[in-house]
Design a protein around this ligand. Sequence first.
Ligand code: ZN
Length: 160
Amino acid sequence: MIVFDLSCRPHAHRFEGWFGSSADFADQQARGLLLCPTCGSAEIVKSITAPNLGRKSNQHTPSAAQSPTPPAPVPQANAPLPPAALAALKTIAMRQAEALKSSTWVGDRFAETARAIHYGEQTATAIHGQATTAEAEALCEEGVEITPILFPITPPGTAN
Ligand SMILES: [Zn+2]
């Protein structure tokens, strides 16, 4: 288990999350499973730890504002969720599962397909698939509406 200092992007509420591995955190973050216990926001980021804080130094400190998309690998945790949040997630997941019955699985071509639909290069249709955290963030920044799937998906073709 690994503990991470997390914070929500909208309000910078700080909280701790326990994860089995860094990959677990990245996965849960990508799927929007991490929620701020204070405000319920799903925009959770790792708090920047500043080990050099307070150290006297003349070193130039790069401005954080200059790097819009830090590619830093994200760690992990099983952040405890309030019961109300869990119930809400369950409801959303059930409705999402229902909606996905009429959606097309596009696997790892999700990002490019979602983008093509967004820009009108492909007929608009419901799709679901896999995207990396970086791909999901890029899509969000481009204004492509995507939603994390809140339940485990077995990609077609891998069953049985
Ligand atoms: Zn918050």
